[in-house]
Write a protein that binds this ligand. Structure first.
Ligand code: SDX
Length: 429
């Protein structure tokens, strides 16, 4: 017997089916609400709204757990590789040895970008933010790869997905090199995925580049932590954009745009800038006070989450990785890390943060770690986007395979003027 929800409007009873997933909260299917009651639902920010069925990632916000295709994300972070996780998110299963060889070799054949894309970069000022460059360059991929933009062709969907996994790191590295006036470094397919990215970012033609294995392992783990996260703002943006049938490159570029916001993927850059501004543990109480002041727009960047009402499991892995990298660079007593650790300790004992269930999220420690590796803060969100591209294309594919998929078109609660006649200018005072 399927469960039902009853709604009474103007003394009339309406029933709506309650649907259950494999784990997590049930949903009330209100897709027939408007046609049967003439009412819309109202849920700004979608705090109580499931926008789709999905089998990719599951987050238990109360327990602070996250699973990619059923595998605990922190277990994948410690035992898998980012490229294997990208395969898992896209295919739903971990690859066999044969599948892994085919996939990893195929990705290598796509790491270079069309040579003419270099000219695209020349149009930007040197000091442009890498995300300003990437939001447009990723969309421009559809102009350079028109042979894989037919969203109804399964083969083209796979090619464009593999092209994005392979080319986004190259483009991100190019955006960085361009911003510092250094020459672009071509991919080196003798290296693994993350080592290759590091050499494209930090190598220079004048010297032989040696991959720092501690950095490569740490960054690969960071990519895994950032790979996907259910229907977050940027993933929902990709789904809504893609629902119109636009090509995959343009769809994924909308994810870059949304992710850039300081409340979302831009928080890692904002969190480090906040920690640098605080600068000393003695100044922490002043900033905690500001974060609690309703009249002060200041928020503790890297704190709080729409879903996690417990410690973000990614932040735990991030903190451990942060210590490993700082140890590697001889900064284990880094002053900014001390500020972060003390800030976390004080906040987690403060009733404001406890009552509102505000814990460190993935962005709280990532900035310190990436900064220690030599990445400027302007590259932090670009790194987030390199990783999240794996999640975005998995959701893009899932949306097209969903038989319930329709163009996304939310309604509204209209608060404007009631219909009124036009007044000629000559008749207006
Ligand atoms: C990411 O969705 C995802 O999964 C995102 C992400 C992913 O992997 O895709 O996890 C990545 O975006 C992580 C979040 C990074 N953003 C930040 O660190 C920015 C700082 N955090 C906040 O802006 C906020 O916590 C959000 C945006 C993360 C969540 O916002 P919500 O769910 O809309 O919560 P809210 O802003 O309504 O906050 C609830 C209350 C409010 O107080 P009241 O109005 O109830 O009195 O908590 C307060 C907020 O003022 N609050 C904070 C705070 N975060 C929330 N107060 C101080 N400092 C903060 N950081």
């Amino acid at each position: 017997m399927s469960k039902k929800a009853k709604l009474i409007i103007d003394n009339k009873d309406y029933e709506f089916p309650i649907l259950g997933g494999s784990v997590g909260p049930d949903v009330v299917d209100i897709s027939k609400l408007y046609s049967s009651t003439g009412n819309f639902t109202f849920d700004p920010g979608f705090t109580s709204t499931a926008s789709c069925e999905s089998s990719i990632t599951y987050i238990d916000g109360e327990k602070g757990e996250c699973f990619y295709r059923g595998y605990p994300m922190d277990e994948l972070a410690n035992k898998s590789s980012f490229l294997e996780v990208a395969y898992l998110l896209w295919n739903g299963e971990l690859p066999t040895k044969e599948e892994w060889f085919e996939y990893s070799e195929a990705i290598k054949t796509h790491t270079m970008v069309h040579e003419q894309m270099k000219k695209f970069f020349d149009g930007f000022r040197r000091g442009s933010h890498p995300m300003a460059i990437l939001t447009s360059v990723v969309a421009a991929l559809s102009a350079f790869y028109p042979d894989s933009i037919d969203v109804n062709d399964l083969q083209q969907r796979q090619i464009s997905a593999r092209r994005m996994i392979a080319k986004v790191p190259t483009l991100a590295a190019m955006a960085y090199k361009y911003s510092i006036g250094q020459p672009f470094i071509y991919p080196d397919n003798s290296l693994d995925y993350t080592e290759n990215f590091l050499q494209m970012v930090f190598a220079v033609p004048a010297e032989k580049y040696k991959v720092n294995k501690v950095f490569a392992k740490a960054l690969d783990k960071i990519f895994i932590l950032h790979a996907d996260h259910e229907q977050n703002a940027s993933t929902s943006t990709v789904r809504l954009a893609a629902s119109s049938g636009v090509n995959p490159f343009a769809s994924i570029s909308t994810g870059f745009t949304s992710l850039w916001g300081p409340l979302h993927g831009g928080a890692n850059e904002a969190a480090l800038n906040m920690l640098l501004e605080i600068g000393d543990v003695k100044k922490i109480p002043e900033y905690i006070k500001r974060a609690k002041d309703k009249d002060d727009p200041f928020k503790l960047m890297g704190f709080g989450h729409r879903v996690y009402k417990n410690y973000d499991p990614r932040a735990k892995v991030m903190q451990k990785t942060c210590h490993e990298v700082l140890e590697e660079v001889g900064k284990k007593d880094d002053k900014i890390l001390q500020v972060a650790i003390e800030l976390e300790k004080i906040a987690l004992q403060d009733e404001y943060f406890v009552e509102k269930k505000l814990y460190p999220n993935i962005d709280f420690y990532s900035g310190i770690t990436l900064n220690a590796m030599g990445f400027p803060s302007t590259m932090f969100t670009a790194l987030f986007a390199v990783a999240r591209t794996a999640g975005w294309i998995a959701h893009w594919k899932e949306m097209y395979l969903d038989t319930k998929n329709r163009i996304g078109r939310p309604r509204q609660l209209y608060m404007g003027e009631k219909p009124r006649p036009f007044t000629e200018l000559k008749d207006r005072n």
